[in-house]
Design a protein around this ligand. Structure first.
Ligand SMILES: [Zn+2]
Ligand SMILES: [Zn+2]
Length: 329
């Protein structure tokens, strides 16, 4: 404790935490993730639609855009809410609730809730990030009738939850990939980012293949693809969501844009070593090797340059990711 305090004073602790987390994340990947296999009897779904309820761009001015994520995923038998948006100004009703009501979505329609990772733009605000919990709005919203899947370390004081430590079946045809960890600067116990587990969904669509749904993409696109390929051992049909490519700008910017949140802190690299165009191009070429038929990149944690580049590179297989616009598989 004394040593930690001293290191903190010297400003060293964030670096110690960052490198220590990096080591731990790599060991978890090598020893755990690479040994995982597909849960038995997951089944398939014939239908699949994804309706973004929160993201950066919106279909029209009636809907609220945020640098956060919440997607409504419908299969043959289930309706899953994936993440809960940012609610940056701690409002009630939250932007998510407002968008849901404008889009005619009721909470009763939803049977399952999945949180990708414990960051503010996915758990409904910074307060929740600090407490490692989640909320749908500033005021209490009852979610006790939902089946709730959280990454390791997250809880909720009022609801029964399932913490996901490995790939598990979420619903018929739907699995969580299990958590992949990333060490994020600033971390190491002084700040709430740090050593971050993130789970994605992988959905087994009949006659098509696997569709991956990602929150922030801290896992690294290469690791997500490798893991899903290892689990399903068949083609990847599509990938939808946040992949964290803030090359030219961040959506979360403070102090008149001088602090570029996602550029500095979400990439798994140090703040003075931001993600480059070359790195994005190399991730794109790796993704192309899986021959996806559908690619849709969230603008909540990627800049317009990355969105435009994805559009060019994937051509007719690229789909806009916009609040209020359904993606049908
Ligand atoms: Zn994040
Ligand atoms: Zn995010």
């Amino acid at each position: 404790m004394i040593l930690k305090a001293m290191a903190g004073i010297l400003g060293l602790w964030p670096f110690i935490g960052f490198y220590w987390g990096k080591q731990k994340a790599d060991i978890f990947w090598e020893e755990k993730c690479k040994a995982w296999s597909l849960p038995k009897g997951i089944g398939t779904t014939e239908s699949l639609t994804i309706l973004p309820l929160i993201d950066w761009y919106t279909k029209n001015g009636e809907l609220t855009g945020e640098p956060g994520v919440s997607y409504l995923i419908k299969t043959d038998h289930n309706t899953i809410l994936f993440d809960l948006g940012f609610n940056e100004h701690n409002e009630h009703p939250s932007p998510l609730l407002r968008n849901m009501s404008k889009l005619g979505i009721s909470l009763d329609d939803i049977d399952t809730l999945v949180i990708s990772h414990p960051h503010m733009d996915h758990v409904g605000g910074i307060k929740n990030q600090f407490k490692k919990t989640f909320s749908l709005s500033k005021e209490y919203v009852d979610l006790s009738d939902k089946v709730i899947f959280l990454p390791p370390g997250m809880t909720h004081p009022d609801f029964n939850v399932i913490q996901v430590h490995r790939p598990i079946r979420i619903a018929r045809g739907v699995i969580s990939t299990g958590p992949i960890y990333r060490s994020i600067f600033l971390g190491g116990g002084l700040f709430p980012m740090g050593f971050t587990p993130e789970q994605a969904l992988a959905i087994n669509v009949k006659d098509k293949g696997t569709v991956i749904i990602v929150g922030c993409g801290h896992q690294g696109l290469d690791r997500i693809l490798e893991l899903v390929h290892q689990l399903f051992n068949k083609s990847i049909y599509g990938i939808i969501g946040g992949l964290h490519f803030p090359v030219t700008e961040s959506r979360i910017s403070k102090l008149d844009g001088k602090i570029q949140g996602q550029k500095l802190f979400g990439t798994g690299k140090l703040p003075w070593d931001p993600i480059t165009k070359e790195e994005v191009m190399s991730q794109i070429s790796n993704l192309k090797s899986y021959k996806p038929s559908l690619v849709s990149l969230s603008a909540h944690d990627s800049c317009d340059w990355s969105i435009e580049t994805f559009k060019e590179e994937f051509g007719p297989n690229y789909r806009e990711l916009v609040v209020g616009q359904k993606i049908t598989i």
